[in-house]
Design a protein around this ligand. Structure first.
Ligand code: UD1
Length: 434
């Protein structure tokens, strides 16, 4: 059944705790491979992408287990060097395991990464930086093969900013011989969190959060132990839910300082917010102004991952808005469904013009990827009548409790997961301590 049913029309009210960040947890999991022992990620989100990375580590020989929300990774024996396509093709960020495998075992053969279809998503920058560090890399059919002696520190300038390729470089260089200097790095908060985790393991890194990162390679790393930060995209999604329904919510654990570009726009749309005692109160009751022009950009610009949730808000605001997507070229796939709900979204390449309406209506729609799927849930919350959103499994890749979180805020929402959608969940459930 794999669907969510929403009866819309209720303004959200109440408070919500934000789950741990998917995009921070995944590279930390890969980094755990760099220590031959146990590492722990506290407050790790129990989402299918995390289960997929867990399955990848197990395939390499790691033991993994959960204690409540804490994920333990014992990589003492994770010395296998081949990964089947089965797990890597499920998730784009599986590719960052390459750098960690090379750092640890000096050899890696993995299936080509898959993931959400939101554009071409090449891996050339990942392979470019591994080659620069001394790996020989080849792409054969559906596989990427790489090998090296000990990787060697070097200076690398990325021709384009990439979150994943910056993470790849960090994972490959922390155990390399000598110093690596990376120019034109991504500055996203997840890079800073990964560095914080690696530094806790004993890595020597400077400059993260800026565009030049310097890494002095060390001989070995100790076990990692970190609290996974709140997910800024999930927080932004719920702020959009409050805006789309003209509600007022309190976020108990907002990602401090990571949502500035979004909050600025929130205010321009007529919303208000206030930080109080480390919490964030967002009042979307006054949201009514369309957005003449907004483009997505690398951090600290407006995040591409919040572009779809924003589209759902704009679909509720009369007047014309204009959004340009600069990061992934195929991120307007929900436009057709928003139009069937009564909005008017016209897409031309990287641009979308949105004419919203206060009377969206429920119908049957389909999630086709993670963030676009979540955005359809938001549109459904604002619509009159019932909306059935198919493709719930896409949404579960990144949202741990979207239905219970929103129902806790007063939404009428039910999930139907039907059969087990991801085989690793079965492995997982057997593996829970409490
Ligand atoms: C990460 C996030 C994703 C977010 C994106 C941008 C994770 C698991 N995912 O994805 O949620 O939307 O950052 O903030 O953290 N590119 C290349 N060659 C490469 C790599 C990337 O051309 O080798 C291009 C991409 O096609 C895209 C741009 O660079 O146009 C940015 O992509 P990148 O920052 O790498 O995104 P991801 O790391 O895949």
């Amino acid at each position: 059944m794999d669907e969510i049913r929403v009866t819309g029309g209720r303004a959200l009210r109440g408070s919500v705790v934000i789950q741990g960040s998917k995009n921070a947890a995944l590279p930390m999991m890969a980094a755990s491979l760099l220590h031959r022992g146990v590492s722990v990620l506290r407050g790790c989100p129990r989402i299918t992408d995390v289960y997929c990375m867990e399955a990848i580590l197990r395939e390499l020989g790691a033991k993994t287990w959960w204690n409540g929300k804490n994920l333990y990774l014992d990589c003492t024996k994770a010395d296998r060097t081949e990964l089947s396509e089965k797990n890597t093709e499920k998730m784009r960020s599986s590719v960052i395991i390459l750098g960690a495998m090379l750092g640890r075992s000096r050899k890696s053969s993995i299936g080509y990464p898959g993931g959400c279809v939101i554009g071409k998503r090449p891996v050339d920058l990942h392979l470019y930086v591994l080659r620069a560090l001394g790996a020989s890399v080849s792409e054969k059919g559906n596989r990427i093969q790489a090998s090296c002696g000990r990787l060697k520190g070097t200076c690398v300038r990325f021709p384009k900013r990439s979150v994943g390729a910056t993470e790849q470089a960090l994972l490959a260089s922390v155990l390399a011989k000598g110093t690596t200097v990376l120019y034109n790095c991504a500055c996203e908060p997840e890079i800073v969190w990964l560095c914080r985790y690696l530094k806790g393991m004993g890595a020597e890194i400077e400059g993260e959060g800026g565009d030049c990162i310097r890494i002095r390679g060390v001989e070995e790393l100790r076990g990692g132990d970190i609290m996974v930060p709140a997910d800024r995209i999930v927080a932004g999604t719920y702020l959009c839910a409050a805006a789309a329904t003209r509600g007022r919510i309190l976020i108990e654990n907002p990602p401090e300082g990571e949502l500035d570009s979004f909050l600025k726009l929130y205010r321009e749309m007529g919303g208000q917010y206030e930080g109080r005692s480390g919490k964030l109160i967002a009042d979307g009751r006054g949201v009514r102004f369309s957005v003449p022009f907004l483009e997505t950009d690398v951090y600290p610009g407006f995040p591409t991952d919040l572009q779809s949730p924003l589209l759902a808000v704009l679909a509720t605001i009369p007047g014309e808005s204009h959004i340009r997507e600069n990061i992934f070229e195929d991120r307007f796939r929900l436009a057709g469904d928003l139009n069937r709900m009564g909005a008017s979204v016209r897409v031309c390449g990287r641009d979308a013009w949105i004419r919203g309406t206060e009377s969206l209506r429920g119908c049957r729609v389909s999630a086709r990827e993670l963030r676009g799927g979540a955005a359809l849930v938001l549109a459904a919350l604002a619509a009159r009548g019932e909306t059935v959103i198919g493709g719930y499994s896409y949404i579960r890749r990144g949202y741990e409790h979207i239905c219970s979180d929103l129902s806790g805020l007063g939404a009428l929402i039910k999930e139907n997961t039907g059969t087990v959608l991801y085989e690793n969940i079965q492995i997982q459930e057997k593996n829970i301590i409490n």
